[in-house]
Design a protein around this ligand. Structure first.
Ligand SMILES: [Zn+2]
Length: 504
């Protein structure tokens, strides 16, 4: 059983979570659940990035301390993810002085010892929205494109991380077959072209006078660490890395995948592996870069008033329909769009009509014959669906994998229409319904990473033997995803409507 460790970016809690946060967590959760189902010992971590000037300023505006601000806002994130059934194993907070700080401080010391940190005087443009220095290349009409304002010119003493020294090594790491794989491929090309353009050293600290809310730089009382060494280190600090609590199980011995948004791809593709290598730590294996979510075809922004609030979608449709939408409508790596109209259409067609009706039609007919389940050898409909599905899941093509499940559902609906089991002799009818019930059992398993509660309800209604264990972290597909492999399954449960008609 090989080990997997999957992480998301840590969220910046200076405002409530939005759909972009949800998209990333659902995506990573689908992967984590798939890893566990396919038999991997998996660790899944999410968390919050709580330091920095933005939180310091937001807190000051509200007349509270930064700590009070984050303590108030972090539960907004955690509660939403719990509600969304995000099956994380650990929630890291970068203000955790016991869990997070020791590794951050040790990592800094290692980098200093390796000669990769240097103190310099620095004058540059700084965007407080992005919390980073910007070059003219980053600006559009003299303004930060993300925050629509001109950056401030700042001169100060900073510690610098000498990233430029690692250009060659990074190029090799990102192109080596056993190096650091970026998914999708075009993001790898983007990163390589950044290296071609020449990497600049990065400002790694700020004077305490301008940034106080952060991890103090060891042996330099006047400096606070910048976001990089603090935030990126969240992936290893809960493992106790570089401290006497060190447990390398889910780092050195695991395949490590970081799931992040395209806006922070270069920090994860370049800064982070270089930091690790210079501290003598193994580099991660995979970087899965997702796109952004637009709203009705437009960039989501407060000024446009088109921000989709996750809880509004959940209140109207429920958890699983939202998870289904994000998995189905947003191809991994590309930008996606949220539209209320498409949400409604998807709910009605894919969930209510296709999946919901299939389950109900089959179970009502099975019930009329006494509820007995008898799975025949006939595997014509399912064919090599599992193989195709697993290939897509393993290469992070989640939306394609979900479409494969939807095709199986359509094939089953076509089969029932063609065979018209209600008009058949009992023996033939039992055979047709046995095929359909078994297909539904597999559909439930394939849907499990995407819509875990729905998968569980399908399995309960079918009456399969393992329905109550389905959402346990130790549950795996081994032995149950072959045709007819649930030997103790002999009777169907009670059919109930899976997705209500919301128009009624
Ligand atoms: Zn900015």
């Amino acid at each position: 059983m090989s080990k997997k460790y999957i992480t998301t970016a840590i969220d910046y809690p200076n405002a409530a979570p939005h759909m972009g946060h949800v998209l990333e967590k659902v995506l990573a959760d689908v992967c984590a659940r798939w890893f566990r189902l396919s038999g991997h010992d998996t660790r899944f971590q999410i968390g919050t990035d709580e330091h920095g000037v933005k939180n310091q300023r937001t807190a000051a505006k509200e007349g509270i301390s930064p700590k009070e601000l984050v303590d108030r806002n972090v539960p907004l994130f955690k509660d939403l993810y719990d509600k969304l059934n995000i099956s994380y194993d650990y929630f890291v907070r970068t203000t955790d002085q016991d869990v997070h700080f020791p590794t951050v401080i040790e990592l800094w010391k290692k980098l200093k010892d390796s000669g990769m940190l240097e103190k310099r005087n620095y004058t540059a443009l700084y965007c407080s929205g992005c919390e980073r220095f910007m070059t003219n290349k980053d600006l559009v009409d003299g303004k930060c494109p993300d925050h629509q304002k001109a950056p401030e010119e700042v001169t100060e003493e900073n510690w610098f991380f000498l990233l430029s020294k690692d250009s060659k090594w990074l190029k090799k790491l990102l192109t080596d077959k056993n190096g650091y794989t970026i998914v999708p491929k075009f993001r790898q090309q983007e990163t390589l072209s950044l290296i071609e353009q020449g990497l600049e050293d990065i400002s790694f600290s700020r004077p305490k006078s301008s940034l106080d809310w952060g991890v103090p730089v060891p042996d330099d009382d006047n400096q606070t660490m910048y976001v990089w060494c603090d935030a990126l280190t969240n992936y290893i600090s809960p493992l106790g890395y570089l401290t006497d609590k060190e447990d390398k199980t889910y780092w050195d011995d695991a395949e490590v995948t970081h799931v992040i948004g395209k806006d922070i791809a270069r920090f994860h593709a370049l800064y982070w592996p270089s930091m690790l290598k210079n501290a003598g730590v193994k580099t991660p294996d995979k970087l899965l870069v997702h796109g952004f979510l637009t709203s009705e075809g437009q960039k989501m922004s407060k000024s446009l008033g088109n921000v989709v609030v996750p809880s509004e979608v959940i209140d109207k449709y429920g958890i699983d329909p939202l998870r289904f939408y994000l998995s189905h409508e947003v191809p991994v790596g590309r930008d996606g769009d949220f539209s209320w109209d498409r949400m409604q259409k998807m709910y009605d067609s894919k969930l209510r009509n296709d999946i919901g009706n299939l389950l109900n039609r089959v179970l009502v007919l099975v019930g009329k014959d006494g509820g007995k389940i008898n799975v025949p050898e006939e595997t014509e409909i399912i064919g090599d669906t599992w193989k195709k599905y697993a290939e897509k899941m393993n290469s992070f093509e989640l939306s394609e994998a979900l479409q494969i499940v939807c095709s199986l559902v359509s094939d089953c609906n076509a089969y029932i229409d063609k065979k018209k089991p209600w008009g058949l002799e009992i023996e033939d009818r039992e055979k047709v319904l046995g095929v359909l019930s078994e297909c539904l059992r597999h559909i439930g398993l394939m849907l499990l990473p995407f819509v875990p509660d729905t998968a569980e309800i399908i399995s309960i209604q079918l009456g399969v033997s393992y329905a109550d264990k389905l959402q346990n972290k130790g549950f795996s597909l081994e032995g149950i995803n072959l045709w007819g492999s649930d030997k103790s399954w002999c009777a169907a449960g009670k059919p109930e409507i899976l997705f209500e008609d919301l128009e009624k």
